[in-house]
Design a protein around this ligand. Sequence first.
Ligand code: MIG
Length: 826
Amino acid sequence: MPDELIEATRSFLNKEGRCEIVARLLRSMSLALLVLFCVVPQAFGESIGSVKTFQDMGNGIELNCTNAYLSIELLTPEIARVRVGVKRPGAENRYLEDYSYAIREDLPKEKVNYRVKEEGKSILLSSDALDVVITKNPVLVAFLDKQGFRLSEDFSPMSWVPAPEGHSVTCTKYLSYGEHFYGLGEKTGPLDKRRSKVKMWNTGEYGDDIRSDPLYQSHPFFIGLKEYKAYGIFFDNTYRTHFDMGHTYEDRYIFRSEGGELDYYFIAGPLVKDVVKRFSFLTGYMPLPPIWALGHMICRWSYYPETEVMDIATRARAEKIPLDVIWLDIHYMDGYRCFTWDKSRFPDLPGMVSKLHAMGYRVVSMINPGIKADPKYFVFKEGIQRDAFVKYPHGGLYIGKVWPKECVFPDFTRPDVQEWWGSLYKGLLDAGIDGFWNDMNEPDIFHTKTSTMDDSAVFHDFGLLTSHKKIHNIYGSYMAKSTLEGISQLMGNRRAFVLSRAGYSGLQRYAASWTGDNTSNFDHLRLQIPMFLNLGLSGTPFIGSDIGGFFKSANAELLVRWYQASALVPLMREHNCRGEYDQEPWVHGDPYKSFIRKYVNMRYRLLPYLYTSFYEASKDGSPIMRPLLYEYQQDSNTFTLDDQFLIGRHILVAPVLNEGSIGRLVYLPKGNWYDYETKDVLEGNRSIYYDAPLDMLPVFIREGAIVPTKELGQYTTEKSVETITLEVYPLQTRESSTSFLYMDDGITKNTPFVLFKFEMERTGNKVCIEFNSTGAFDGIKSFDLKVYSKRPRKITFDGKETEFSYEDGAVYLHTAKDIKLVELIY
Ligand code: MIG
C-alpha cells in the first residue's frame, strides 16, 4: 500500500480526520450547488429568448433577442439564410467568421424585394416567394408560402450549449404525419428519410452492414415534402452534425451540431426540382466531364504488373465489351508513395499508357492524402520545407498510419498547400495518366479508436487555426479541390476528371464520387439506388458504385444484375477488393458475358442522351439519375419508390434487384410508356408485372421522347457523331413534349457546342416535330430518324412530302441537321 493511502486511512479513523473529511465534503457540496445554479443551466442549454428590438439590414432583418442575435437574410426571393449569433460578452463580432466551405465563392448577389411588418406578437419578413414569420416571445421562426401554407416552423426555440469551438446548436421543427424527407447525401436505408436518424462525420467503412452510418460523405441538406409541396434546409455546419427526422419523437424533427454556429438556408419550392436547383445554385455545379468519364470503366485493387493491365485491355476489345477506362489502384505506387510509380511492376509507365491510349483507353490512378514520413521521399521533403502538413497545437507533426505506415497529411485549407498539391500531379500527367482518384480522404487513419485524425490536430482554416473537429468533414472536398484545380491548370484546355471518396456539400464542383466499399450481395445492390438518388438530390449528380460489389466476390447472377442496374448510372465502374475472385464482365463466360455486353452496348448507343443529361446537370444541378417523385411530385405512389429510377427526364429503369428473380413489379406513372425492348406501348398510372429473366433489364421510354443515340463504338470517341439517330417515341395521350440533344467535342473546356431542342406536338392524326438549335459545334451533320409507330399516310420535311421506309414497326427517315419541321400524318 502506498504511504499516502495508509496515512489517509489512519486519519479517517481518528476523530479529527473525520471532521476534516466532513468539512471537505461540505465545501465540495457548496461548490456543487454553485455549479448547479450558475453553470448547469448554461451546460444544459440556453435558448434564444425573446425579441428585444429588430432592424432592417437592407437584405433582410436582424433581431436583437435576449441571448443572441438572429439574422434572416434573403439571398433570392426563395432562399433565406438564418444565423444565430450567441451573445458572448466581450466578443468583437456578433457571428463567427463568415466563411463557408460549401457555398460557391462566386455566388451572384441579387437585390431582393422584401417588406418587413410588425404584427402584434410577431414580425413578418416577406419576399415575393416566401413569408418568414418570427414569433417574438419566445422566438419561433416559421416559413410560409404565398398561399399561407406553413412549409416549416420551429417546434421549440433555437438553443445551444457551449462547445469547445462555438456552440453545440439545436434546431427543432414540427413534423407532420404526411411529411417526407429526401437528400442527406450518402446515407443507407430507404429513399424517404422520414423516421431516420443520421450523423454527418466522414467515415471509412469496412464491413458489410447495410445500415452503416455515417459513411464517407457529409451532406447536411434535406428536402421536406409536405402536402405535395417541397422545401429544403441546408445546415451549413462542418462539425459533426446529427439529424433526427422524427426517429426519437413522432411530432418533431431535430438537427444539431457539436460546434460552430446555427447557420442554415431555408429554400422554398414548391417543386422538388426547384429546391434541388436552388441548392445547386448555392453550392455550385459539376463541371462537364470529359466524355470518356461516361464510359464503362474497370478497376481492381490492384491491377499490376503492366502485363496484367495490357491483358485486361486486350481482352475487353477481344470480347467486344466497350470499355474506356482502366484504373490503377495503390499497388502502382512505389511503396505507397503518392506521385511515384513502382519501376519493377511498371518499368515503362509512359510507354504502357501510350499503348493504352492508342487502343482508345484512358488511365486513372489513385492518390491518397497520407504522405509517407520518409526523409528521402521528395513529397515529404518538399512538404516539410513548405510547412504544409497538419500539426498538433504544440507544433509537432500529426502522424497517422495508413498504407505506407507513418504518414503526414497536407493541410488543404491553406491556399498555398492546395497549389503545391495540385502541382505534384505533373509527373503522372506527363506520364500520360488521364485522371485521378482521391481515396482515404475522410481522412481514414489506421489503428486509432476514431479511425481518423486526433480531434486536437490544427488546421490553418483561413488563419483561424481551428481543430480537426471543424475541418474533418471538408478534408476530402478540399483535397479534391486541390487536385482538380492543380490538374486543370496543368492540362490546359483539356477537361479534368477526379473521383473522390469523401466530401461535403459542394463536392460536385471538384469531383465525381462513388459509394465506397460495398459488398457483393443483393442487399448491397438494392441499397445503391436510394443512395444514388439521395446524393443526386443533394446536389452531387456524378455518382456510381463498385459494380459487382467490393468485398467478397460476385457470382454470375449478381454481376449481371449489378451491371444492368448500372447500365445508365452516371459513373459505371466495376471494382473489386484484393484477394477476391476476379469480377471483369467476362469471367463467368457465356451466356453471362453476353448479357452484360448487351447493356454496356445499350449505354454506348445512348451516350448522346446520357451526355445531354450530364450537360443539364452541369448547367443547373438537375440530377442525372432521379427518383420518380422528381418528375411526378403530384403522385404519392412515387414517394417511397426506390427500386426504380429515371435517367434524365425520359428513361425509366427498373432493374431486377433480388436473387433468383426473373421478373418484377414496375410502377409506370401516368401517361404512356414504351417498352424499350419490344417498343410496345404500355399504359401508365399502374404497376405492371414485367418478365425479366437474367438477360433483361426493364427499361421504358416516356411517350413524346426523342432519344438521341449514336453508332456503337468500343470506346466513347471511337465513332463520330456525324449522324445521330433520333429514336422518336410519338405522343399517345399528352399533347406536347420537349427533348434535347447537347453535343461538343467531349474533351476540351472552352469549346463550341450545339444544343438541339425538339418539340413534339400531337393534334388529331398529326404528330409534328419542330427542330431548333443554338451553338457552333458542327460535328453533327445529319439525323437518322427512327419513329416507333404505325405506318403514317404521309410525311413532310419543312412542308414538302418525303419518301420513307417502314419496317418492323418503325419509320426510317434521314435528314440534314438543319431541318426545321417534320410532320407525320396518320
Ligand atoms: O483501405 O486502395 O474504397 O476502392 O480499392 C482500402 C485500396 C483503401 C479503399 C477504397 C477502395 C480501394 C482501396 N481503398
